[in-house]
Design a protein. Structure first.
Length: 488
């Protein structure tokens, strides 16, 4: 049941498209319903944009671009800083909104507000640090001037699993660099982005700099925007197959692209690990966001002598987890995003069991209402099981034993993905060897969560292109110009 306080918050969230600083319905009057995955109830209806609405948003981003690009970096930075302050003030509202539309426990939603807010603060600080170079060329026949410029209007596509952080991780560096944006959140969780657009306007972001298009027609709307020559950049976070399709479309306009795609993170525990720390890290890396994170540990590769003890301990922890709507006190396992996600997690578990894995706890959906799956532990997962190849995106922890370091490296790298890896060892030299041997964009060495606004987030191989966050993040939205002049 939606409480009075939740009802009041939902009433404060805009339900229109945000285009050129105005809120308006979809041109065709269509709307889409947003559901609470814990109960199936409709939370709110918001505008469902058509291709024409998408192009109107691009018109607005294009019209606002020269003015925003010419705004001094310090002024852009101050707006981002005000947005950070406002988000801090509205922390509880944003956290509750994410719990309502996405399902994560409220404590985790508060964590996401803190994490997501840091991108506004970090890139506000970075805006004033964009620099060029000036110097004599090696022949001494001229002066070289190298300058940085915003790439232009950007199209940002975000997934449902981190509704706030995936939006600020793109909007903040784009605005810091002087770019304008059209953002398209996932149709399952558009409310947080709409609420954020209102906050950014309150912070002083000028009309047309941030435009929001909510739609069920992601494919056609995106294709039309990507085909328009005024667009100069695509930044996408989502699944690898959709990312591949969008890269092909972006090729037409030779667009700059950033791709934050799927993962299949190994979590390697050596026999010289601190087991208490490894179990804590495993629980964080696996069950945060109910397992629905690109950084979620997918394969627990545990040295054989420790595998039984590790499995016993994580099973004990998991059996104490409270399941329920994320607004309830003490809930660790909220709902999955929808029934399809429940069915997929269950298929992967049943496939692993059929191929010989042992089920220690869980292994079944929970009867409705809502889309719940029991926290599940599997051990002795056999090679060839689908669960080792596919992103689980659910609360399922799968243990695979190994015998020596070479085998651990081989198993860990045996995936088309390369987003993040976790390694637990108290042996410094072994830790250093693993840094060098794992094919991964990020690594947690004796730690189960790596995300930080100041760090370059991104993957190798099929996990993506480019980096978000860190000193690198703003350069995804800048292009370089080199000018030669004669000696003075
Ligand atoms: P998804 O690929 O289905 O959708 C992502 C976004 O793309 C949504 O906004 C969706 O509406 C849109 N979309 C879908 N089809 C489209 C199309 N044909 N054209 C244009 N847009 C389209 O992914 P999801 O289920 O929302 O998110 C989960 C995936 O995101 C997982 O694979 C996860 O690993 C990945 N992810 C990656 C990161 C990262 O930083 N690497 C972070 C979070 C999530």
């Amino acid at each position: 049941m939606i409480s009075q306080g939740e009802h009041d918050l939902l009433a404060d969230v805009p339900d229109g498209l945000h285009i050129g600083g105005r809120w308006r319905p979809a041109a065709a009057g269509a709307s889409l319903a947003v559901h609470d995955p814990a109960t199936g109830e409709v939370l709110k209806e918001v505008a469902d944009a058509s291709v024409d609405d998408g192009l109107a948003a691009l018109d607005a981003a294009d019209a606002a671009f020269p003015g925003w690009a010419a705004t001094p970096a310090r002024d852009r930075a101050e707006i981002l800083r005000r947005a950070f302050d406002l988000l801090t003030q509205r922390k509880e509202q944003f956290a509750l909104l994410m719990t309502l539309e996405m399902g994560k426990p409220l404590t985790e939603a508060r964590g996401e507000v803190a994490y997501g807010g840091e991108f506004l603060r970090w890139f506000g600080e970075e805006a004033a640090r964009v620099q060029g170079r000036y110097g004599a060329n090696p022949e001494g026949t001229g002066r070289m001037i190298v300058t940085q410029h915003p790439v232009g209007p950007c199209y940002l596509i975000t997934p449902w699993n981190f509704p706030l952080a995936m939006a600020t991780r793109k909007i903040a560096p784009a605005l810091a660099a002087g770019c304008t944006v059209v953002i398209k959140p996932a149709a399952l969780t558009p409310l947080t982005t709409l609420y954020l657009a209102q906050l950014l306007a309150d912070a002083g972001v000028p009309d047309g700099v941030v435009n929001v298009v909510t739609t069920r027609a992601s494919g056609p709307v995106s294709e039309a925007i990507l085909r328009d020559p005024r667009l100069r950049k695509l930044s996408f976070t989502g699944s690898t197959p959709v990312g591949q399709q969008l890269l092909a479309q972006a090729a037409g306009g030779v667009l700059r692209t950033s791709m934050e795609l799927g993962g299949n993170a190994p979590f390697v525990v050596f026999d010289d690990a601190d087991l208490d720390k490894a179990v804590d890290g495993a629980v964080a890396a696996k069950f945060r966001n109910i397992g629905q994170a690109c950084t979620a540990a997918n394969r627990f590769i545990v040295q054989r002598s420790l595998a039984d003890e590790f499995t016993r301990r994580v099973t004990r922890r998991v059996e104490s987890f409270r399941v329920g709507r994320g607004t309830e006190d003490g809930v660790v396992i909220g709902p999955l995003i929808d029934d399809r996600a429940v069915a997929k997690a269950d298929e992967l578990v049943q496939d692993a069991v059929r191929r010989g894995a042992t089920l220690h706890t869980g292994g079944a959906a929970i009867d409705g209402p809502g889309s719940f799956y029991r926290a599940t532990i599997l051990s002795g997962v056999r090679a060839g099981s689908e669960i080792l190849r596919e992103e689980i995106f659910g609360p399922v922890l799968a243990v695979v034993p190994f015998d020596d370091e070479d085998e651990a490296v081989r198993l860990a790298n045996d995936t088309e993905y390369g987003l993040v890896s976790y390694v637990y060892t108290e042996n410094l030299a072994r830790g250093q060897r693993m840094i060098e041997r794992l094919a991964t964009g990020m690594m947690g060495l004796n730690i189960g969560v790596v995300s930080n606004a100041a760090a370059p987030f991104g993957g190798w191989k099929m996990s993506g292109l480019g980096r978000e966050g860190g000193a690198e993040g703003i350069h995804e939205y800048l292009q370089t110009k080199y000018t030669l002049t004669p000696d003075p």
